[in-house]
Design a protein around this ligand. Structure first.
Ligand code: PMP
Length: 409
């Protein structure tokens, strides 16, 4: 796959020119949030400057323009992920809200004693905590597919866990801690063989690789705008149309109704049924611009760029005796991030020393506490890459690790 013109890409991100104590920013916290390139900022600014207005097809010009832009953003996102149309794309606040929407709208209504929700040991708290709580409220049980020593799912255990009692399988597509790329299409097959649904948390996948929800045969799929060169404040829940049609709304209010009387109400068509109140309009415009931006680069190239950087980082870190790396070795089932620990230095101290060198990484449990318990550590450091990162930046990461080692020696 052809490599990226990173200099040209970086020119659209003024934030990357920032300096701290004389060092230029090295931003390696992309799994938390990516930066927003000029075309995305411009699209949002153009919205506010030229056609800011409420949607739901008001009579005046501005509302019509805003409505069309907002609606078309759904079409663009649907096309990007291989959905069947705007009816299958619900805009939410983020991945977390998408998961809660599903858990409340579908889970609370459908789950009961004897039903099982099958998660994996590498789930993000966004799904783990949500399903756990919905299970407490409905009497359903939660099971976890185990990971092996390399940080891959134990597929024999997956076959044991997913049974005729399974109501839904909820699995992260790309782990934000281990970097593992899970066999979601295979898991969808297993779930469907048992008449269960599958929800895929794609927060780390849609930004980093081509994703086709129909090829996966996902029943539900979620991701966030702010991890894919788009704005904060917008996320997506994809759902198969017939499933969304059968689901009751989770939030009520204006914009999601068809007819209201003092006694009762009926619901608007998809996807508006699940989007009450004034939605994230500027953010939808920004998300559409982010999709245009990523497609222009090409998702295969985005993926190849990140994976090359992650592999380079992995090799550098693996060469150090006192660095423990989590997750599979570089290969087709590892994405563009690396979590690790320097044995003599707590991850928080490491991140703080890196910050002194203007190297931005994440340290903590990355919203996967049970997984960190299983790994036997309280925290880890994580470097994650995007289209604007370079090999030189990986070298700076490794240099900063050397500084930390010396400081704590
Ligand atoms: N799932 C995964 C795998 C993630 O990496 C994240 C973000 N850390 C989330 C869910 C939650 O995303 P958000 O904070 O945008 O809701």
């Amino acid at each position: 796959v052809e490599s990226l013109d990173v200099d040209r890409i970086r020119a659209a991100y003024p934030i990357l020119e920032r300096e701290f104590s004389g060092s230029q920013l090295v931003y390696l916290d992309n799994a938390a949030t990516t930066h927003t390139p000029d075309p995305v900022v411009d699209a949002m600014s153009d919205y506010y400057r030229q056609y800011n207005s409420n949607v739901h097809r008001g009579i005046h010009h501005l509302s019509q323009e805003a409505s069309i832009a907002y609606e078309e953003a759904h079409d663009r996102v649907a096309d990007f992920i291989g959905a069947d149309g705007r009816e299958e794309v619900i805009f939410t606040k983020n991945t977390t809200e998408s998961e809660n929407l599903l858990a409340y709208a579908w889970g609370l209504a459908e789950l009961g004693p004897g039903d099982e929700v099958v998660l994996t040991e590498m789930e993000h708290h966004a799904s783990l905590v949500t399903w756990q709580q919905i299970a407490h409220r409905t009497g359903a049980d939660v099971k976890y597919i185990a990971i092996d020593d390399d940080g891959r799912l134990d597929m024999d255990h997956a076959h044991e866990c997913i049974t005729d009692d399974t109501a839904i399988v909820s699995v992260v597509h790309v782990s934000n801690t281990l970097g593992t790329v899970n066999p979601v299409a295979e898991l969808a097959d297993i779930a469907h063989d048992h008449d269960a649904y599958i929800f895929v948390d794609g927060a780390q996948a849609v930004p980093t690789r081509p994703v086709d929800v129909q090829a996966i045969d996902a029943d539900f799929y979620a991701f966030s705008g702010h991890k894919m060169a788009g704005p904060t404040g917008i996320g997506v829940l994809y759902g198969k149309r017939h499933l969304l049609e059968a689901m009751q709304p989770y939030l009520y209010g204006g914009g999601m109704i068809e007819k209201v009387t003092f006694e009762d109400s009926t619901w608007a068509e998809l996807p508006w049924k699940f989007e009450p109140g004034t939605p994230p309009i500027a953010e939808a415009v920004g998300l559409e611009a982010a999709v245009d931006y990523l497609e222009e680069i090409g998702m295969e190239r985005v993926q190849a760029h990140e994976e090359r950087l992650a592999e380079y980082a992995y090799e550098q870190l693996a060469a150090e005796d006192d660095v423990d790396i989590y997750g599979p070795e570089p290969g087709p089932d590892r994405g563009g991030l690396v979590s690790f620990n320097l044995e003599s230095v707590h991850a928080h101290d490491l991140a703080s020393i890196m910050n002194d060198h203007a190297v931005a990484i994440r340290a903590g449990d990355h919203c996967t506490q049970p997984l960190h318990d299983k790994l036997g550590v309280a925290a880890s450091a994580r470097a994650s890459f995007y289209v604007y990162n370079t090999r030189e930046e990986v070298d700076k990461l490794v240099d900063a690790i050397d500084s930390a080692r010396q400081l704590f020696a």
